[in-house]
Design a protein around this ligand. Structure first.
Ligand code: NAP
Length: 246
């Protein structure tokens, strides 16, 4: 019997690389990967066109805004009304907005915390009863949630919550044998990093022992490996090329 996967924010960046990696390791023709996105239809269509024709039937796009309770409800409805149970969930959506501490507003705090932490919490509250025995959950954290960066206070705190969630929910999921883990990437070359000034990028690269940003594919490799490894549970995996290790 095929396995069912849900990847949130799967049409670009790290999420897209995860979708492609799952397809690369998928051997069962009945596997189905539900790829969520929130806004951009063009990017969603582009993803489908990048996939080999023989594999396309394994992808199902599901549009729902993972920054809102309504979006979460509509995503859940999709699975409930079609009586679909999931084996593997990757909660990958995350947002950030850099600002000085003095410039943060309640709205900025609430938007980032809601998307990065609140929606994943309540999504898992609902979906744990829509998951098959021995399934797994992977939360996309950030190394910014492992180490204190004063330049992105709200983002860091939200991601610290995300990685902690991978530990505190282990017990909740125990009865169904569902595993939960988190991956915490450092600086990864997605559209997020594109707007950085060259001198800022250079400064960051000097702090990384490998002197480069990571690729979405490198994060996807470890993510899918942790997702599918049947003994990984309650773990947080850092992937940052040796950031500030010297
Ligand atoms: N890039 C990095 O350096 C880095 C480092 C550490 C951790 N991370 C984490 O890795 C994750 C992915 O980051 P990324 O850099 O790959 O981001 P990205 O390139 O901006 O990925 C965007 C994807 O997320 C979707 N998305 C955005 N907001 C959404 C929403 N409200 N609802 C549903 N889908 C939404 C986008 O689709 P639509 O545009 O259609 O909504 C698209 O599929 C995030 O959790 C981020 O915090 C990234």
């Amino acid at each position: 019997m095929g396995k069912t996967y849900l990847i949130t924010g799967g049409t670009d960046g790290i999420g897209k690389a995860i979708v492609k990696k799952i397809l690369a390791v998928s051997e069962d023709d009945n596997d189905v990967i539900y790829v969520n996105y929130g806004h951009n239809e063009e990017k969603a269509k582009a993803l489908i066109s990048e996939i080999d024709k023989e594999q396309r039937h394994k992808l199902q796009l599901v549009k729902a805004d993972m920054g809102s309770e309504e979006g979460l409800e509509s995503l859940f409805d999709h699975f409930q009304s079609n009586d679909i149970f999931l084996d593997h969930i990757v909660l990958n959506v995350g947002i950030s907005q850099y600002a000085k501490f003095d410039d943060y507003t309640f709205d900025m705090w609430n938007k980032i915390m809601q998307t990065n932490l609140t929606v994943p919490v309540f999504l898992l509250q609902k979906f744990k009863n829509r998951m098959n025995q021995n399934g797994s959950v992977l939360l996309m954290g950030s190394y910014a949630g492992r180490k204190e960066y004063s330049s992105s206070v709200v983002y860091s705190i939200s991601k610290a919550g995300v990685v902690f969630l991978a530990k505190v929910l282990v017990k909740e999921l125990e009865s169904k044998g569902i595993r939960i883990n988190a991956v915490a990437p450092g600086f990864i070359d997605t559209s997020w990093q594109a707007s950085r000034a060259p001198e800022v990028r250079e400064r960051i690269e000097k702090k990384i022992a490998l002197h480069r940003f990571g690729t979405p594919e490198e994060v996807a490799d470890i993510t899918v490996s942790v997702l599918l490894n049947t003994y990984m549970n309650g773990a947080i995996i850092d992937i940052h090329g040796g950031y500030e290790y010297f």
